[in-house]
Design a binder for this molecule. Structure first.
Ligand code: MTE
Length: 362
């Protein structure tokens, strides 16, 4: 049985720490993902935090160090409610694993992504109250959950550039979908960093530090780096790779399911498309002949700047085995690479290759 209030059809990759994603059917067609269908990614046990004694500390290269209780945060800053998509950097890793094994990493499918309505305050407002000094280049987040995956084992952390932290889009949130944050999603307070890999949206946040360098935490300095394909992740002296921040353009097919049997004729296809940085999804193409001919999908409105766009299309399928593929385009005219072979990387991050489902058509 799934735990932490998740739906029964949730795919649990690991119970402790809890790592789980919803089924494609649970995600399909919902612009805002119900909390019971929202993926959860944890690197260590959920920490036990007493909200009455909990404080957020804001320190480092600031004019004033702040210690704020949840009540003080709520009282001192304007509340904001934003709809934001979070996507794990390991989303769609199972496609990369089919190219070559990626040991010790979860084989996330297509649903380590979700969109929620987050309520909290702007990190920019809190940093403004603390007065970030000019030498600060990065804002580091620290949490108390100790991860045994890290070398050496250490509490979870990460950072974002000051420009992102002060841009007026990063939230310190205490509510998800109009409910208080649940323990598994980071209660009492978490960062929500729109457009960045989920790893930077640090849960159980207890410290925000303005500093010259990016966080030295394992999950910023070592993990979540895009390594060249030829590198052994554990190799000493290996190149560091690209530290991941903004999420690249990708899309997925949520219906029909991979391996499904469908009848010949018109078939409805639907899914999501998402891109980070300051880009937006501009178009999604769907093909029922592995990319020889393309149909343009209908896209949901972009109501909020930091959310995915859902799409749907109807294609005609002929009897036999076939692949339906999809690719998104963003507002800079960029699109996705076709194959997983071209983008395989040793830790299995950022699989932004075309979406693909195999069907048997009868
Ligand atoms: N924050 C802490 N403290 N510990 C973690 O393990 N995992 C990160 C991020 N924040 C993590 C964390 C990762 S990799 C992701 S993708 C998101 O949380 C997932 O958020 P969710 O579990 O609420 O879906």
């Amino acid at each position: 049985m799934p735990m932490h209030g998740k739906r029964d059809d949730t795919v649990v990759h690991e119970r402790e720490p809890f790592n789980a994603e919803p089924s494609p059917a649970a995600l399909d067609g919902q612009r805002v993902t119900p909390t019971d269908s929202f993926f959860s990614r944890n690197h260590g046990p959920i920490p036990e935090i007493d909200p009455r004694s909990w404080h957020l500390r804001v320190d480092g290269a600031v004019d004033r160090t702040l210690e704020l209780s949840l009540d003080e945060l709520r009282r001192s800053f304007a509340a904001r409610n934003e709809t934001v998509t979070l996507q794990c950097a390991g989303n769609r890793r199972d496609g990369l694993i089919q190219v070559r094994d990626i040991p010790a990493e979860h084989p996330w499918g297509r649903c380590a992504i979700g969109t929620a309505r987050w309520t909290g305050v702007l990190l920019a407002d809190v940093l403004d109250a603390a007065g970030v000094q000019p030498e600060a280049r990065h804002i580091a987040f620290a949490a108390p959950d100790v991860s045994q995956i890290a070398h050496p084992p250490q509490p979870y952390g990460g950072s974002v550039p000051v420009s992102k932290a002060t841009a007026g889009e990063v939230l310190l949130a205490w509510e998800m979908n109009e409910e208080p944050l649940s323990p598994v999603h980071g209660a009492p307070l978490r960062a929500v960093v729109p457009g960045y890999i989920g790893a930077r949206s640090v849960k159980w946040l207890e410290r925000v530090t303005a500093q010259r360098e990016p966080s030295a935490n394992y999950f910023q300095a070592v993990a979540y780096h895009l390594l060249p394909a030829t590198v052994e992740p554990s190799q000493t002296g290996a190149p560091e790779g690209i530290p991941l921040g903004p999420v690249s353009l990708s899309c997925e097919i949520l219906r029909p399911g991979d391996g499904e049997v469908v009848r010949a004729g018109r078939t409805a296809v639907s899914g999501y498309a998402h891109v980070g940085a300051d880009r937006t999804v501009a178009r999604v193409d769907v093909s029922a002949d592995s990319g020889r001919t393309w149909h343009q999908a209908d896209l949901s409105e972009q109501h909020h700047p930091w959310t995915w766009r859902l799409w749907q299309a109807t294609v005609v399928v002929a009897p036999g085995p076939l692949h339906i593929v999809a690719r998104a385009w963003d507002d800079t005219g960029s699109t996705q690479p076709e194959s997983t072979e071209q983008i395989w990387n040793p830790k299995g991050y950022m699989n932004n290759s075309w979406a693909r489902v195999r069907l048997s058509v009868t």
